[in-house]
Design a protein around this ligand. Structure first.
Ligand SMILES: [Zn+2]
Length: 357
């Protein structure tokens, strides 16, 4: 990876923190890209300085009480800050649920721009908070706790759930995964990701993001981090296998496309015109990666999550599974297969995109 990551001068660091869906931001273009944020919109930031997921959504990680809930439990912080500037729109005192709604659209970690509403749950004392109170982004306003009239909540933590749009009531379960909502800052301490892919804002001083930014319509090679090997189709027919190859032929070039309705990306091979796809009807760990006709199946959509250093986890429709190269980064060679695997941040599942057309 070091030889392909150009070291360039820092440029406008503060302005380069987010994906941008330019069309939604109203800049008169239909092009989507992952690039510098636009002035006037906040990035939705993870509310703590430490990322420590103690329970995931739907009992995917440390399953206990979230069987039907899209919510994370968080530890590791004694205070939580507002992810964006917003207003408290509801309070439910039984659990001290405080629901904060963004004042303006904000950048989500999945690259979208939209209003966001977040419920914070379990603070023991919210006497300083009231409906209608405005809280500025980054202001500490909520603490972890055990507030729960049933007494089932033990262990001080924050339960957090996110809904897209402007929601006026409290909720325990959201409709957006918190890791698709919140960006980590460059200095966030990562202790436990919970098996999820988290977008980290760019360190633009250490790589040339103009060359490695995923832009809609751009043609890219896709390399596992640290290897001069490329995701390559073997043949152009439906179900042709995708493995690693050593040369940049058209079979190793992929056009990045964005589906606004799915809020996800797909990648069209230049040689075959078919899309990067996962074998099967739905995504699990251990399934083969192939090409297939684009048919709007959930297996062909990805949310690239930047790690802050120029590579991306290709998060699949299954939020805990990503595209992965079979083997260890040391053993990868031309011909190594590409499949799906649980998100573990190994270099075999961190991919560098390089624009070639
Ligand atoms: Zn919880």
């Amino acid at each position: 990876m070091k030889n392909i990551i150009k070291r360039i001068a820092t440029v406008a660091v503060a302005a380069m923190s987010a994906f941008v869906l330019v069309a939604e931001a109203g800049f008169g273009s239909n092009t989507h890209q992952i690039e510098a944020s636009a002035a006037g919109f906040e990035t939705a930031y993870f509310p703590g300085g430490v990322l420590q997921v103690t329970q995931g959504a739907y009992n995917q990680f440390n399953g206990y009480s979230h069987g039907s809930q899209n919510a994370f439990d968080l530890g590791g912080n004694s205070n939580y800050a507002a992810p964006f500037t917003g207003k408290i729109v509801s309070i439910y005192k039984d659990y001290n649920v405080v629901t904060l709604q963004s004042t303006n659209k904000v950048y989500y970690a999945d690259g979208t721009l939209d209003y966001m509403t977040v419920s914070f749950v379990h603070d023991n004392n919210i006497s300083d908070l009231y409906v209608g109170k405005t809280i500025k982004q980054g202001t500490v306003f909520y603490q972890p706790g055990v507030k729960d009239p049933t007494g089932k909540t033990t262990g001080t933590h924050l339960h957090i759930a996110v809904k897209r749009g402007r929601v006026n009531n409290y909720f325990f379960s959201g409709d957006v995964y918190p890791n698709d909502a919140f960006w980590l800052k460059k200095n966030t301490t990562i202790r436990q990701r919970g098996g999820y892919a988290w977008a980290v804002e760019y360190h633009p001083d250490i790589y040339d993001m103009r060359k490695h930014t995923i832009q809609e319509g751009g043609i890219f090679t896709i390399q596992p981090n640290g290897k001069q090997l490329y995701l390559t189709e073997n043949g152009t027919r439906n179900l042709s296998n995708v493995s690693l190859g050593s040369s940049v032929t058209n079979s190793a070039k992929w056009k990045a496309m964005y589906d606004k309705n799915k809020r996800a990306w797909y990648f069209v091979n230049v040689a075959s015109g078919r899309v990067l796809d996962i074998n099967g009807q739905s995504v699990k760990s251990g399934q083969n990666v192939q090409i297939y006709d684009k048919n709007n199946c959930s297996t062909e959509y990805f949310i690239p999550k930047p790690n802050g250093y120029g590579s991306y986890i290709l998060q699949t429709n299954n939020k805990q599974v990503a595209i992965d190269c079979y083997g260890s980064i040391q053993t990868l060679r031309s011909g190594s297969n590409v499949w799906t695997y649980s998100i573990n941040y190994d270099n075999t599942q961190q991919f560098i995109f390089t624009r070639v057309g």
